[in-house]
Design a protein. Structure first.
Lengths: 372, 295
């Protein structure tokens, strides 16, 4: 096998499959990625803590959206059950790291890597349990079955009060402790928001890179084959059961991790909030960002997370919108309507989502000024 | 025994609401291969419209007008939002209908406000004696109306020209098109039918307790119903709807005594558990057709 050859003056020319499939296969990609990472690391010292918290929530949501994208965007198995797996992760993390009180159970393992991994694994276990159903069903049948899962899960979480604290009361979130440092408290160097932001960013990068590596491997190609036509995939030798189970397991693992972290960043979750609405929100992240792309999932997650904040700024610009709950058009109504309208408009006008818009911008400037 | 009969009637009553909604889902699915998640919003909008109209044109007049208006609304949604998506992946279209649902529901909520609105139905919570058991009148009305509506629908599909066209489109779109059937109007008509059915169901849900912002959740119970019956089967939708209603009602009555460990309110999610069990045995529902796939 020949190694990659380079030709003088043609740095972008691929001479091997390896180069084409490389992690960051073009120079602009390397530059952009590096630039964004540096920017993200500088941000905590530039903006206020409440915005940082919002961004941290966005990063965690991005981990969850990447997970959903693996099962829905790459493997083509439509899941409306993401909220269920998020909930499992959230409560596993909280129960493992929380302290035992008379009201809720807890095991007091506060080290972040341990409970985070455990949250992911428990959620993945449930994903594997659900997967056999997915192997038998396809399309919208699967979507509705996973929807049923959310309702059943919501019921269990409402009733199992020693785990979840019960509706309206809740329980404390997981305790984030890394190398003996409590991340949710201010210390000499950083504020709590800065620490959480940085940790969530690092975790997003780790999980993002892992997912990107998964989908450009043999497994990822098998997922895409199953998505595009599962019958054809099985004919060319893709083991459908194996890869569908694997897709659900990986996706639920990501959801579990995201759920546990979401609980930490938000601080409070009502057991009833892991509902259909949350699932739809994640579907919206994936579709608005761009199905079948990791960077799209991140963009979509940040967009959906920041959307309420953006609409909340609108009353200052558009005076006919009322900032509180009174008035003809309130900001809350606007937010909900905007959310629905955005889903519709994106899917009709740009089915590839934010990622598609980025691709169009990129292609325009690539040949600029000779667009034709 | 009285208790059993009571909860059976209650189950059949709520089940007939689910059946109406499920019929809407199935009609849309058969013609366009899409599950419309906008049904809950149409249901809510129908109930709210009736609550505004009934003081002016009496309850029954209001129901007819509201069903017609919601049918027109659904038709409009299909023309503007769904038509550009013909031929796109069904899942994407289904998500678009979620978007439609959100928008319609937010607008409708603005008309509900925080109070509970009454639809002005003549039955309320009054009961009557039926085969020796005290049952609420409204359940009997629901069962009767649904039976009539279902029979009319089946007759429509069986005997009318348009019904035949709709069946043809469901069977094979391209061939139907080649025979001169306007597939577009069939799409529009099926959305309108589903909208009207949803509005009627919404009114039934609102009898007795009234309309509030949470009413739409009831419509989601029709989802296990259509999966139970099979997505392509109108008869399956009715059977599924009634089954879901009965299961829910019987669990509500007896589960506290026989299986308290499932927790209170398990009845609300029992349909979903039933759906999972049925699907494990029959992946295409009770009456759905097994797809033959070719490469």
């Amino acid at each position: 096998m020949n190694g990659p050859k380079t030709i003088k003056g043609r740095p972008e020319l691929y001479t091997s499959y390896g180069q084409d499939m490389a992690f960051l296969n073009t120079r602009p990609k390397r530059a952009w990625t590096g630039g964004l990472v540096v920017l993200a690391l500088l941000v905590p010292f530039l903006i206020t803590d409440d915005l940082l918290q919002l961004l941290a929530t966005g990063f965690v949501a991005a981990i969850g959206a990447i997970g959903l994208n693996i099962v829905t965007g790459y493997a083509g198995q439509v899941s409306l059950g993401h909220a269920f797996f998020l909930a499992i992760g959230a409560y596993t993390g909280a129960a493992l790291s929380g302290s035992e009180t008379g009201r809720v159970i807890g095991f007091g393992i506060t080290s972040l890597p341990i409970w985070l991994l455990a949250s992911g694994l428990v959620a993945a276990f449930f994903g594997v349990l659900v997967a056999p159903v997915a192997v038998r069903l396809r399309g919208l049948y699967l979507a509705i079955v996973t929807l049923g899962l959310v309702f059943l899960g919501e019921h269990v979480f409402r009733e199992w009060t020693s785990l979840t604290g019960g509706p309206g009361v809740g329980r404390p979130a997981a305790v984030p402790e890394l190398f003996g440092v409590r991340l949710d408290r201010d210390n000499a160097l950083f504020t709590a928001a800065q620490q959480l932001y940085l940790v969530m960013f690092v975790l997003l990068v780790i999980f993002g890179v892992l997912a990107r590596n998964l989908v450009r491997s043999r497994v990822g190609r098998a997922f895409a084959a199953v998505r595009d036509r599962d019958l054809a995939a099985s004919v060319i030798g893709v083991d459908l059961t194996k890869y569908k189970v694997l897709a659900f397991a990986v996706s639920s693992f990501y959801a579990g991790v995201a759920g546990a972290l979401l609980f930490v960043v938000n601080g409070f979750f009502d057991p009833g909030s892991f509902n259909l609405l949350l699932s739809v929100q994640y579907i919206a992240m994936v579709l608005i960002g761009g199905a079948g792309t990791i960077s799209g999932a991140i963009m979509g997650a940040l967009f959906i997370t920041l959307l309420p904040r953006i609409t909340r700024e609108l009353p200052a610009v558009l005076p006919f919108i009322s900032g509180d709950a009174t008035g003809a058009v309130t900001v809350f109504q606007l937010e909900a309507v905007l959310y629905g309208v955005l889903i519709i408009v994106f899917l009709i006008v740009e089915p590839r989502g934010l990622f598609g818009i980025w691709v169009r911008i990129r292609n325009y400037w690539r040949t600029w000024p000779f667009s034709y | 025994m009285d208790e059993f009969l009571q909860s059976l009637i209650r189950g059949l009553g709520t089940g007939s609401i689910y059946a109406l909604l499920a019929l809407g889902f199935v009609i849309i699915y058969k013609s366009t291969q899409v599950i419309s998640f906008a049904q809950p919003a149409f249901m809510l909008a129908g109930a709210v419209l009736v609550s505004y109209l009934s003081p002016a044109v009496s309850f029954f007049g209001a129901v007819l007008v509201a069903a017609a208006l919601i049918a027109v609304l659904a038709l409009g949604v299909e023309r503007t939002v769904l038509r550009p998506m013909v031929g796109k992946p069904v899942f994407v279209v289904a998500i678009i209908t979620i978007g439609v649902d959100v928008v319609v529901r937010v607008v409708t909520n603005a008309f509900i406000g925080l109070d509970v609105r009454q639809v002005g139905d003549p039955w309320g919570l009054t009961t009557m004696s039926f085969l020796g058991a005290e049952v609420q009148q409204r359940y009997l009305v629901m069962i009767g109306t649904t039976a009539v509506v279902t029979a009319a629908l089946f007759a429509f599909f069986r005997y009318s020209r348009i019904g035949l066209a709709m069946r043809a489109v469901a069977y094979d779109q391209e061939v139907a098109l080649a025979q001169g059937i306007s597939v577009g109007s069939v799409f529009a008509l099926s959305w309108a039918l589903a909208g009207g059915l949803a509005a009627l169901a919404g009114v039934f849900v609102a009898t007795g307790a009234g309309v509030d912002q949470q009413l739409w959740i009831v419509a989601l119970k029709a989802l296990p119903a259509i999966i139970l019956g099979g997505l392509e089967s109108l008869g399956g939708a009715v059977v599924g709807g009634l089954a879901v209603g009965i299961v829910e009602s019987l669990f509500g009555t007896y589960q506290g005594d026989f299986a308290p460990w499932l927790g209170p309110n398990f009845a609300l999610v029992a349909p979903y558990a039933l759906m999972l069990l049925v699907l494990l045995v029959r992946p295409y529902g009770l009456f759905g057709k097994r797809e033959v796939e070719r490469l």
